[in-house]
Write a protein that binds this ligand. Structure first.
Ligand code: ADP
Ligand code: ZN
Length: 523
């Protein structure tokens, strides 16, 4: 499509894309960019981010340069644009040398409306000097959260994108992302030097997704019960480890639930084939590590299950957000236990990251535990994390649908906390619970813990009950999991108030008292 004169955004939307009108903030964003303004666009997945730069690309003279880290996504977008008659191309590592040359020739000749380029390619001296010889309509920086090392998908090349601002100060830049909590958002603005640009913040609510979080007591049975409500539907099940992915995928298949596996350790061909089948066939379950999902656009994913706790609230939002892109009813289930928390702590601790970053990561984990253990509307808690205020409880999450009963758990809290204190704040949940239950194991005798005052003082609850108490106290910050990652528990800064009886502790009844009899948990 040759752009000989300046075109109006709405005309372009109608004539090129065939849509009657803009959605949400699209109109405002597009006007802003067409006029040459910089901005950061925060919009949930499926919100319609692409048009925010594609329409201005066609309204402004010159070629729009779109920076995207995902080759598959680039490819799909370019194909779709070409079908609409837009002159789009891409440059990335998947191209042959001759293809690269052809694209560069088109670019120099002014024959491209949009060029998608991978950041590492863009940042080469050769490419940057090429850009100096052409008219640039705008820079669009997709997946802008990649600039933040606090986000879940840090890409160091993104840090260097400030070069765009330095070398092409007159060209408008639009950064877009579907994930960004407050700190990440501020990081993007700073790192991309978008300081004076506007921020367009859409609601991140996905009202058609029903959120559920359950303590991991009997994960396979919990999963089966959930899947029974979703027979024949397509869904994604996330597991933390590759081994677990493969094992679960075959177990489900053996039970007659068609499931595929996906993780980074599988052959490239197998991965591609499984992904392809998941996208094309109906009613398949993809069992995957978090390697699966980025940039995958399947509208009718009906459920997302986390068999293990996700890494952060953002990761959770992003991963559950893959459900229900078509706007129809969908469900997200997360199973979690204290062991998951310990494992995530261990990852954080083992990483090479500087201390300040580790601290942020621990805070993020705390926020996630708080979400898991909340008695409030999950959607309110989730959106609050993204600094969005939902006025009323949503009516479409587990805590809204099955209101949480609470009881005075002060005494229970005191028992757990004094067992932790008396054993030197070193032992994990399993051992602490053995003390409360009075299980005189070999180890117990070796450590002389069977002589403690708290030994056997907690027979009112079962093992699962005590696990729930510990998780809830962890969510309140009264118990913390060791940063060394051995799962050892220690007490939070405010523990004295509770032990002295100066603070009343309200606990959720579910999981503590309800399942006392015969419960043996794996959580
Ligand atoms: P995002 O990148 O934010 O995940 P997309 O740009 O892929 O979202 O858009 C999601 C879907 O919504 C696409 O199928 C797109 O064609 C459609 N869409 C976006 N904006 C509009 C609009 N104004 N009118 C109709 N459909 C739209
Ligand atoms: Zn709710």
């Amino acid at each position: 499509m040759a752009v000989s004169e300046v075109q109006r955004p709405l005309d372009v939307l109608k004539s090129v894309f065939g849509f009657p009108g803009f959605r949400g903030m699209q109109g405002d964003i597009i006007d802003h960019v067409v006029k040459g303004g910089d901005c950061l666009v925060l919009m949930p997945t499926g919100g319609g981010k692409s048009l925010c730069y594609q329409v201005p690309a066609l309204c402004r003279p010159g070629t729009a340069i779109v920076i995207s880290p995902l080759i598959a996504l680039m490819h799909d977008q370019v194909q779709a644009l070409r079908q609409l008659g837009v002159r789009a191309a891409m440059l990335n590592s998947s191209l042959e040398f001759s293809e690269v040359r052809a694209v560069e020739r088109d670019l120099l000749a002014g024959h491209l409306d949009l060029l998608y380029v991978a950041p590492e390619r863009l940042l080469t001296d050769g490419f940057l000097s090429l850009l100096e010889r052409i008219d640039i309509a705008l820079f669009a920086i997709d997946e802008a959260h990649c600039v933040s090392q606090w986000g879940h998908d840090f890409r160091p090349e993104y840090r260097r994108l400030t070069v765009l601002h330095e070398r092409f100060p007159a060209v408008p830049r639009i950064a877009l992302t579907a994930t960004a909590d407050g700190p990440t958002r501020r990081d993007i603005l700073e790192r991309l030097a978008l300081g004076d640009g506007r921020v367009f913040l859409s609601s991140f609510d996905r009202p058609n997704i029903r959120y559920r979080v359950s303590a991991k007591t009997s994960p396979r049975n919990q999963l089966r019960a959930f899947l029974d409500d979703h027979t024949g539907e397509a869904g994604v099940i996330y597991c933390l480890s590759r081994a677990k992915v493969e094992e679960l995928a075959s177990a489900l298949s053996a039970e007659g639930r068609p499931a595929l596996a996906y993780h980074a350790g599988l052959d490239k061909e197998v991965r591609a084939a499984n992904q392809d089948r998941f996208l094309k066939e109906e009613g398949l379950i993809m069992v995957a590590t978090i390697a699966f999902g980025m940039g995958i656009d399947k509208p009718d994913v009906r459920f997302v299950v986390h068999m293990d706790m996700p890494k952060s609230m953002e990761a959770y939002y992003q991963e559950t957000g893959r459900a229900g892109r078509d706007g129809l009813k969908s469900e997200a289930l997360m199973l979690y236990g204290m062991e998951d928390v310990a494992k995530l702590m261990q990852f954080t601790d083992a990483s090479e990251a500087p201390e300040a970053q580790k601290r942020v990561e621990r805070q993020k984990l705390d926020a996630l535990i708080g979400y898991c253990e909340t008695a409030r509307c999950r959607r309110q808690v989730l959106l609050a994390y993204f600094e969005e205020d939902l006025a009323e409880p949503c009516g479409n999450c587990d805590t809204c649908l099955e209101p949480v009963k609470t009881f005075d758990g002060t005494e229970a809290a005191q028992k757990v906390m004094s067992a932790i204190l008396r054993t030197g704040e070193r032992f994990g949940a399993a051992h602490i619970i053995d003390i409360l239950l009075g299980n005189a194991t070999e180890r117990m005798r070796q450590l002389n813990h069977d002589g403690l005052k708290t030994f056997g003082c907690g027979k009112e609850f079962g093992r699962d009950g005590w696990r729930s108490v510990i998780r809830q106290l962890a969510a309140m910050g009264l118990i913390q999991v060791d940063v060394e990652g051995h799962g050892g528990l220690h007490l939070g800064p405010d523990f004295r108030d509770v032990l002295k009886g100066e603070r009343r502790i309200e606990l959720k009844e579910d999981g503590v008292r309800a399942r006392k009899a015969g419960s043996r948990g794996a959580a």
